[in-house]
Design a protein around this ligand. Sequence first.
Ligand code: KG4
Ligand code: ZN
Length: 337
Amino acid sequence: MIILGIETSCDETAVAVLEDGHIIRADLISSQIDLHKKYGGVVPELASRRHIEVVDPLIQEALIQSGCTLREIDAIAVTVGPGLIGALMVGVSIAKSLSYALGIPLLPIHHLEGHISAAFIEHKDVDFPSVALIVSGGHTNLYFMEKKGNYRLLGQTIDDAAGEALDKGARLLGYGYPGGPIIDRLARKGNPERFPFLVPYRSTKHYNFSFSGIKTALSQRFSGRIEKSEGDLSLIQDIAAGYQDAVVGSLVEKTISAVEKEKANNIILGGGVAANSLLRRRIKEEAGRVGVATTIPSPSYCTDNAVMIAKAGVSHYKRKDFASMNLSPMANFEFYI
Ligand code: KG4
Ligand code: ZN
């Protein structure tokens, strides 16, 4: 069974060909970072236009790379939402056209289900029950998974997402978009103890997150200093390290407390922020301390990609969850499973 996966929810156009749920025959991403960089964030209209330009050639290239013809594809999996409406529209429209023309099923995928499915691309034996932390530019969600495909939301951010906090933090430090990888790199050489930040919601009993206060703290404590720093790299590295430490601290503490209270055996990480080197290291250390396993995708499967969308499509295909030609993209789309 061969699934063509298409992802266009934000600023990456991605296409993948997945055979029998585990053989990756093509995995292509066309990033728009250069297009949006000078604006300090993603410009929705530009994103949609670029998706239109590249999605068709990318599908052609994926077919060549996979050695498949269109006729050999059994189903099309596409991200329906959440995301930028114009960007989603491009992927959904081309997926519907292909499904109709080829007479094959259309598999509607929630972007977060895609991020969770990324955990199963490289790991076959995932232990359950698991706690899954999905951290991206738009989401910070903690789920309890009794078994594969079963999701109970434990908590989420009440304001900014973790990725958004890192992106905005990098901007306040004078850097561009996307800020998460920049903070990650700066913090590696910084001293997190020089400028400690309060870990948000540290002593609360619930599993929600909040990152807007810490971003304001960064702006209020350091804005004048950063402007006067005249390229003092070690100052910037130390601030980035303290800031990242608090963001990651909050994610790790809530996840571990959920694991202990809910008696989970495993932690799943997903979403772009799961590519963060400190988060990956801390989660592994803390999981080891409390005696549970971890399932963490390679960094390239944490950030947006189409293999995760095709992978999520496998279970939809098996349970015949097919979309009709009335399928519309949804900018706001609750995780319904
Ligand atoms: O999952 P993703 O690629 O797209 C969304 O669904 O939002 O996540 C993008 C987010 C951005 O906020 C980006 O700064 C962050 O993931 N990110 C990172 C790293 N790589 C990407 N954050 C921290 N450290 C990284 N290495
Ligand atoms: Zn994403």
